[in-house]
Ligand binder design. Structure first.
Ligand SMILES: NC(=O)c1ccc[n+]([C@@H]2O[C@H](COP(=O)([O-])OP(=O)(O)OC[C@H]3O[C@@H](n4cnc5c(N)ncnc54)[C@H](OP(=O)(O)O)[C@@H]3O)[C@@H](O)[C@H]2O)c1
Length: 268
């Protein structure tokens, strides 16, 4: 298990709220970080393998506003070890001394076709998409309560009623995460609000990854979206920032999918 802290410097602006986004070195997580920073949040960029991208992002943000962004590197498997989790929480809290918004964004996403499902897929997909969000929420609850803060989870339109074909384990893990949002909204009220954003297809898998889609697959996805285009990470970030400020909204899940869930009865 790795934990490392970078870019922690003396603080200048101590009254601004603090947001932690898990898995935020790039893609949707980075868009949330940028949008929050633009709105005056000090930000904690959490990463695991993407340390270089995380540092580049933090440096860029610190150039526009000194000491406003830090990078914390950790495998979310820290939640499997009580001591490692306590150390992770301490590291996060030392960054700015407070936490106002916790965003569960980190995720693993890959197919698990029937007949090939094994323990390691189960462990990894449930760790990132369900277990870590729950145990991190519990661990940060006292700090969020002090700030009357909130938790925002990145879910999926396939976490409810419309499973994604060949992705049973991912679908199940996101469905558990969705229920976590609703359960914790009850258990943490009235001190901490808990909400979710359910993207459709808002950013395709990276072209050099083993999950990359060919142009025919991309076309068939676009054809299934009433808005006739893939969504943008900024459109997810916009909803996250709305929920961060929506003081009378809890237990809510906003779908941001260009209408895709209207056309799907399940399948890919
Ligand atoms: N992309 C979409 O269109 C879409 C659609 C539906 C739902 N969503 C949801 O929206 C969120 C963001 O989507 P995305 O596509 O931007 O996510 P992503 O690129 O698939 O993953 C985000 C980050 O999660 C981190 N991560 C994975 N395993 C980790 C671990 N064991 N420990 C620590 N960090 C770990 C990775 O950080 P490192 O790179 O630093 O290792 C990765 O960069 C996810 O929750 C996803 O399920 C996205």
């Amino acid at each position: 298990m790795t934990q490392k802290t970078k870019n922690i410097q003396p603080l200048v602006r101590t009254n601004d709220p603090v947001m932690l986004v898990t898995g935020s070195a790039k893609r949707i997580g980075a868009a949330i970080i940028r949008a929050a920073h633009e709105q005056g949040y000090r930000v904690i960029i959490h990463c695991y393998h993407s340390e270089h991208e995380a540092n580049t992002l933090a440096n860029e943000l610190n150039e526009t506003w000194a000491n406003s962004a830090v990078v914390i590197l950790a495998d979310l498997a820290v939640v499997n070890d009580t001591k490692a989790l306590a150390q992770f929480v301490q590291t996060i809290m030392q960054a700015f001394g407070q936490l106002d918004v916790l965003v569960h964004n980190a995720s693993r996403f890959y197919p698990s076709p029937l007949g090939s499902i094994d323990q390691s897929q189960w462990d990894e997909l449930f760790l990132t998409n369900a277990k870590a969000p729950l145990l991190l929420s519990q661990a940060f609850y006292p700090y969020l309560k002090t700030q009357q803060g909130c938790i925002i989870s990145l879910l999926d339109i396939h976490a409810h009623d419309k499973p994604f074909g060949n992705y049973a384990v991912y679908n199940m893990a996101k469905a558990a995460h969705r229920m976590m949002v609703q359960s914790l909204a009850l258990d943490m009220a009235p001190d901490v609000r808990v909400n979710g954003v359910a993207p459709g297809v808002n950013i395709l898998p990276e072209a050099d990854s083993d999950q990359a889609l060919d142009s025919e697959q991309q076309k068939s996805i676009i054809d299934s979206i009433p808005m006739q285009r893939i969504g943008k990470p900024d459109e997810i970030a916009h909803s996250v920032l709305y929920l961060a400020q929506a003081s009378y909204v809890t237990g809510e899940i906003i779908t941001v999918d260009g209408g895709r869930s209207l056309t799907l009865a399940g399948g890919s």
